[in-house]
Write a protein that binds this ligand. Sequence first.
Ligand code: 5GP
Length: 125
Amino acid sequence: MPIDATLPYDDQNVFAKILRGEIPNRTVYEDEWALAFHDIAPAAPVHVLVIPKGAYVGWDDFSAQAGAEEIAGFVRAVGHVARTLGLVEPGYRLLANLGRNGGQEVPHLHVHLFGGGPLGPMLSR
Ligand code: 5GP
């Protein structure tokens, strides 16, 4: 069920639980700003989620409220993960869903990193 990305942050969401270590994950990378882990239901040969450590519902509150260091740290972590996974030369797709029309299900900002093969059209038609 897609979420309303204008609601306040809910610290019981599944990614908050992953960040607190209450739910296991297959970690790809972690630093001060971000955690990257394999998606539980991969939609591509490589499907990794990268989330900021801060409590942000989605791209909107993150882009409006996060500090410059936090934003830089998160963006750099996404690039680092893609390079580490060898996705740069073959190419990859980066996606962030927001709110109802975006189909966002988990109310903690995450970007999807897809790769490992041709990914097809950007949107289904
Ligand atoms: P959204 O639709 O919000 O952009 O994507 C949420 C993603 O989180 C989905 O691709 C879904 O498979 C993934 N996901 C949901 N719950 C879990 C979980 O407990 N662990 C992991 N690793 N991924 C999850």
